[in-house]
Design a protein around this ligand. Structure first.
Ligand SMILES: [Zn+2]
Length: 324
C-alpha cells in the first residue's frame, strides 16, 4: 500500500505546500483513491504517476474550501481526458450539493457517471476492491469525517509444508487450492482448500483524518490503524493565542493521542502557513515536530507535498521524498 501527499498546508497554499489532498493506492488493482481535493489538487497530480482515469473514488472530509474547492476542476478534466467509468464521491451532503450546483450553473457535462454517497447517511463501511472504508465522525466547526482504509481481499497463503507432506507437488493444484477451490489429487484423493490454507494475516489499515480538535475520536474506528494521518495545524502556544474557534489540533494533543493508543506510525499534516522551513526563524515547522516528539515516541513524520510513503505487508512504513 502506498500514498502520496498532494497538499499539506492548512487553509491557504504556500510556495511549498498546496492545500489538502492525498492519493492512496492499495496496489491490489490499478485503482487508486483520493482523500480531500483542495484547490489545484489536479495540478499537483500532474507531478505524480496517478491519472484521473484510474481514480476509483474521492473521499472528502468536510466542506471547507481547502479540502474541496479542487473538485469541479478535476471532475471536468477527467471527462476531457476521456474518462468513462463511474466515479464515486463520498462526502458530507453539503459538498455534494456544491458539486451539483457547479455542474448546473457552469453547464459542466461529464461523460461518466458520478455516484454520490452522503457520508452522514452511511452507517456501514464502504466496500471497494482494495479497501473497506469506515467513516468516523470527528469534531470540527462543520461536520467532518475521517476515513479508515482497511485492506480488503487479503491474499490466501498455502500451508506448503502440509501440502508437500500430503505428497502434492507444486503445480496447478496449488493454485486452485490457494483460490479456495477443493481439488482431486492425481491419486483420487479429495483435498479441501480449507485444510491447506493458513489463517490470513491481519489487514493493514491507514486512517486519514480530516480537521479535528479531538484526536481521541479516532478510537471509534473498529480496526486499529497501522498509520494515522492527522492534522497538526498549530503548536500549543499558537493554538492558545488563536483560541478554540477554529477547532483544530496542535502537535501535543495529536502526539498524546497516538502515544496513548500505541499508534505505530503517525504522520502530521495540514500545517498553518506561519510555520516556515527555516529552522533559524520562529515559528518554524521544527517547532511542530519537536512538540509532537515530546509526547509521541513512535515513528513520527511531518508530511511534505509529494512525499510518498509505502506501508509493506509487515506493517513497516517507508518514506520516499518528493516524487517530482
Ligand atoms: Zn482545513
Amino acid at each position: 500500500m502506498e500514498f502520496t501527499f498532494l497538499g499539506t498546508s492548512s487553509g491557504t497554499p504556500t510556495k511549498r505546500r498546496n492545500v489538502s489532498g492525498l492519493a492512496l493506492h492499495g496496489k491490489m488493482s490499478k485503482h487508486w483513491y483520493m482523500i480531500d481535493c483542495g484547490e489545484a489538487t489536479q495540478h499537483q497530480l500532474l507531478s505524480t504517476k496517478y491519472s484521473v482515469i484510474t481514480l476509483k473514488a474521492i473521499f472528502i472530509t468536510h466542506i471547507h474550501g481547502d479540502h474541496c474547492y479542487g473538485l469541479p476542476g478535476i471532475l471536468a478534466s477527467a471527462s476531457m481526458a476521456g474518462r468513462e467509468a463511474p466515479l464515486t464521491i463520498v462526502a458530507p451532503q453539503g459538498v455534494i450539493d456544491m458539486v451539483k450546483a457547479v455542474q448546473q450553473t457552469t453547464q459542466l457535462w461529464l461523460d461518466y457517471e458520478l455516484i454520490y454517497i452522503a457520508v452522514e447517511q452511511q452507517f456501514q463501511p464502504l466496500c471497494f476492491d482494495d479497501f473497506i472504508v469506515e467513516p468516523v465522525e470527528l469534531s470540527h466547526r462543520v461536520p467532518c469525517y475521517g476515513y479508515n482504509f482497511v485492506e480488503n481481499n487479503i491474499e490466501q497463503r498455502l500451508d506448503q509444508p502440509k501440502l508437500k507432506a500430503s505428497g502434492i507437488k507444486p503445480g496447478p493444484l496449488w493454485g486452485l487450492l490457494q483460490k479456495g477451490q477443493d481439488v482431486t489429487s492425481p491419486t483420487g484423493l479429495t483435498l479441501l482448500a480449507k485444510d491447506f490454507l493458513q489463517a490470513p494475516r491481519q489487514p493493514r489499515a491507514i486512517f486519514v483524518a480530516g480537521d479535528n480538535d479531538t484526536p481521541s475520536l479516532l478510537n471509534n474506528a473498529t480496526v486499529k490503524p497501522d498509520v494515522v494521518i492527522h492534522e497538526a495545524t498549530y503548536t500549543e502556544d499558537i493554538a492558545a493565542k488563536v483560541g478554540k474557534g477554529p477547532q483544530h489540533s496542535y502537535a501535543r494533543i495529536v502526539g498524546e493521542y497516538a502515544q496513548s493508543g500505541a499508534i505505530k506510525h503517525l504522520i502530521l499534516t495540514h500545517f498553518s502557513a506561519r510555520y516556515g522551513y527555516d529552522t533559524e526563524e520562529s515559528p518554524s515547522i521544527a517547532d511542530v515536530e519537536n512538540e509532537a516528539k515530546e509526547y509521541y515516541k513512535g515513528n513520527l513524520f511531518l508530511a511534505n507535498d509529494f512525499d510518498r510513503f509505502e506501508l509493506n505487508k509487515k506493517g513497516e512504513l517507508f518514506l520516499n521524498h518528493s516524487e517530482n
